[in-house]
Design a protein around this ligand. Structure first.
Ligand code: PGA
Length: 254
């Protein structure tokens, strides 16, 4: 089956709101049609309203980088998934290795957030991936299996099939050391197998799996040529309009 590629930028804590506005104006009119490639920019919460309003006419969706698992309440500094939905946000990155590492997010917490995202019509981009130590010790598969089994459990079928899962080896994030094509394919295929064990063949064929970690316009084509790689989650190379457009052009269906 043909899965429409999904390429998303992850801006992390970069660009000001004014720079985000400039970005949106520059990419307007250059975003490929969503039938060829679905695209999104995931940006800091402070930037979302401006980005949503400036991209409404384009086939470019906006995502958040995190959300809380409750709709509202006494959670100072947190981001409500209900508010994201209200703003017109479509995606939310959950369980990024920086959230796991710097903010101590556990798989149990990520699972609650995945459920909250679906309850608010947000499509979660669930991240998994191993450290360099785990990679070198041959434990990469065990690591992502334990993450995914916990992170996406308990979903309804109609939710599970919409999942985006990003395989991002931690040693490749922001380091310029991207995974080899064989590793990326092997791991993304393994992700699909895990989804199959949990939700069956049909759903596993629908779920889109991204590779992430030092993806650039120069290397995106080699990843997209892999059977089980359906897109990319891109940090650094998504921050400049021309580079972002090149990523979409490089990843779209022929
Ligand atoms: P990078 O980041 O493309 O800058 O390596 C990827 C990510 O963290 O999602």
């Amino acid at each position: 089956m043909t899965r429409i590629p999904f390429i998303a930028g992850n801006w992390k804590m970069n660009l000001t709101v004014n720079q985000a506005r400039e970005f949106a104006k520059e990419v307007a009119g250059k975003i490929p049609a969503k039938e060829k490639v679905e695209s999104a920019i995931c940006a800091p919460a402070t930037h979302l309203e401006a980005l949503v309003s400036l991209t409404e006419a384009a086939d470019l969706k906006i995502g958040a980088e995190n959300c809380h698992f409750e709709q509202k309440g006494a959670f100072t500094g947190e981001i409500s998934p209900l508010t994201l939905k209200d703003l017109g946000v479509k995606y939310v990155i959950l369980g990024h290795s920086e959230r796991r590492g710097y903010f101590f997010e556990t798989d149990e917490l990520i699972n609650k957030k995945v459920h909250a995202a679906f309850a608010n019509n947000l499509t979660p981009i669930v991240c998994c991936g191993e450290t360099l130590e785990e990679y070198e010790a041959g434990k990469a598969l065990d690591k992502i299996k334990s993450q995914i089994k916990e992170d996406i459990k308990g979903l309804k079928e109609e939710q599970a099939e919409k999942l985006i899962i990003a395989y991002e080896p931690i040693w490749a994030i922001g380091t310029g050391k991207s995974a080899g094509r064989e590793d990326a394919q092997k791991m993304c295929k393994a992700v699909r197998e895990i989804v199959k064990e949990m939700y069956g063949e049909k759903i596993s064929q629908k779920v889109r799996i991204q590779y992430g970690g030092s993806v650039k316009p120069e290397n995106i084509k080699e990843y997209m040529a892999c059977e089980d790689v359906d897109g990319a989650l891109v940090g650094g190379a998504s921050l400049k309009p021309d580079s972002f457009i090149k990523l979409l052009e490089g990843g779209k269906l022929a």
